[in-house]
Design a protein around this ligand. Sequence first.
Ligand code: 5AD
Length: 348
Amino acid sequence: MDDLQQLVQKLQNTRHLEKEEWAALIRGRTDMLAEYVFSLARKERHQHYGHDIYIRGLIEFTNYCKNDCYYCGIRKSNAGVMRYRLGEEQILSCCSAGYALGFRTFVLQGGEDGWFTDERMIHIVGAIKSRFPDCALTLSIGERSKESYQALFQAGADRYLLRHETFNAAHYSLLHPSSLTAASRQKCLWTLKDIGYQVGAGFMVGAPGQTPEYLAEDLLFLEKLKPHMVGIGPFIPHHATPFAGEPAGTLEETLFLLGLIRLLLPKVLLPATTALGTIAPNGRELGILSGANVIMPNLSPANVRENYTLYDNKLCTGAEAAAGIQELKDRMCAIGYQIVTDRGDSRM
Ligand code: 5AD
């Protein structure tokens, strides 16, 4: 057994590595080491979640955004986007369609859109929770005040996704305009956790300027935050952003990180993300085989889906769409896993 395999064992035994050790693992990735990580990660996942895959119906309800993140296709200054907002009735009918397909978690995701005030969001959350009392509701609507997070939790929201994007402040400012900071992003996550949400953090793999040391800091942050969910996917350039010419993150590095995160946080809810499915035709399957246990198909109305383009060629049809759930079920069945009708709460 070589040094790096020993580090993986240490990770599995202690759920902790030093920063230098994380960086060495990430730098030293080989196919063989990755296979070793995946086999341990799968074992861990089977112990806590068996071969079940939880699904979340993703409703991208607004692509208006006041922010100008350098990597994101729906950034404010991209004038080429057809902007849209779904109304409450449209959102509810997405939920109805999803419910009939077996979804028991809905994720409302959107840009930071001032039109969706607390008052409007509280009304939407209340309506979804009263119509679908057996479903979990996840919000993914960016940075808001503590009072706002509190009011939305009170209204019935159960979970909140807010990727930390990158822990390191210098790296964060390479990816975002100066109005956005790593500190305020992280503060939001701690606040959300404090309030009682099941929280999800995460980052892009292969984001411009990312180094093994920065990734090590991300993993140390995850160890400290202990989120219930972690969303990671490869960075994929969008043609109308400052990062148009940057290379995409790789399938291999993303899968490796999924496996490592499963070993770090054994009970974490870990999606095989749309971005992973976008860079490789079997990306979703490979994600599941690396330790992921969640998939988030798109429940948005077909006519707006193409406008929620965070990056180029973002998948939104076939097994990616909620209506393609049967194809997804078949594909997961083919690798020995089954999609279940369940809220899929964290076992933490
Ligand atoms: N490539 C991959 N992921 C992206 N995101 C935004 N833009 C891109 C991109 N170009 C991710 C961010 C954000 C999430 C909703 O989508 O990490 O938090």
